[in-house]
Write a protein that binds this ligand. Structure first.
Ligand SMILES: NC(=O)c1ccc[n+]([C@@H]2O[C@H](COP(=O)([O-])OP(=O)(O)OC[C@H]3O[C@@H](n4cnc5c(N)ncnc54)[C@H](OP(=O)(O)O)[C@@H]3O)[C@@H](O)[C@H]2O)c1
Length: 184
């Protein structure tokens, strides 16, 4: 797959390293070259702050038919709540008509993505079957198991889940422990 990454930070590096190792072709854009990288790519990882996404998308050229992977988390006013209003993934879909948005990779930290446990399951929310298949491949190439979380209309649940977990981490709690099953 030809993968574009917007952003050169922690998430771009962590996920991009796995995808390069899996044999994908990668081009990365940081503070420019958005349109060049988007034109090259079948799938673009938006690894920049959520607010920045809406500054960058208008500069990214035609995105119709591209898979846009939204891994963003946007902290609300307290830093540990989802922001009020329309979910980021929904706003991305509105800002990039014809693109296929898939929300994924937002629930674990970049440190986890660098070396994820093989047991890690990655929920995806999106509407386009081919785009979801492409992101399933990219999840497997990171060494994890994809699971369908529903359509893009459920992406707000992933955004809220991340905000809830981040709130627990900020409070010094073990966010993972809240979802342990009866047999451990
Ligand atoms: N880090 C995590 O653990 C984690 C986990 C899940 C989801 N996420 C989400 O993933 C996304 C990327 O996070 P990250 O941790 O990789 O961030 P990061 O390490 O801080 O990197 C952010 C990248 O975005 C660029 N950027 C910042 N503001 C920009 C702007 N206004 N216009 C264009 N580019 C801009 C930065 O460029 P410069 O270097 O030039 O500033 C950098 O390349 C965020 O939406 C975050 O919520 C992060």
């Amino acid at each position: 797959m030809r993968i574009g990454i917007f952003g050169t930070g922690a998430m771009a590096t962590a996920l991009g390293t796995h995808w390069t190792n899996a044999g994908h072709e990668l081009r990365v854009a940081g503070r420019g070259r958005w349109a060049e990288v988007a034109a090259f790519a079948d799938a673009v990882l938006l690894a920049i702050p959520a607010d920045a996404v809406f500054e960058v998308l208008p500069q990214a050229g035609p995105l119709r038919g591209k898979v846009l992977i939204d891994c963003t988390n946007q902290p609300g006013p307290t830093g540990t709540e989802p922001p009020p209003g329309t979910p980021v993934a929904t706003r991305i879909a509105a800002a990039a008509p014809g693109a296929h948005v898939v929300k994924a990779f937002n629930l674990a930290s970049a440190d986890v993505w660098r070396k994820p446990p093989a047991t890690l399951t990655v929920p995806l929310c999106g509407d386009d079957p081919a785009a979801l298949d492409a992101v399933r491949t990219l999840v497997r190439d990171v060494g994890c198991t994809p699971v369908l979380g529903g359509g893009l209309d459920r992406a707000h649940l992933l955004e809220a889940t991340a905000a809830f977990a981040i709130g627990l981490w900020f409070a010094g709690e073990d966010a993972q422990a809240i979802l342990v099953s009866a047999d451990g």
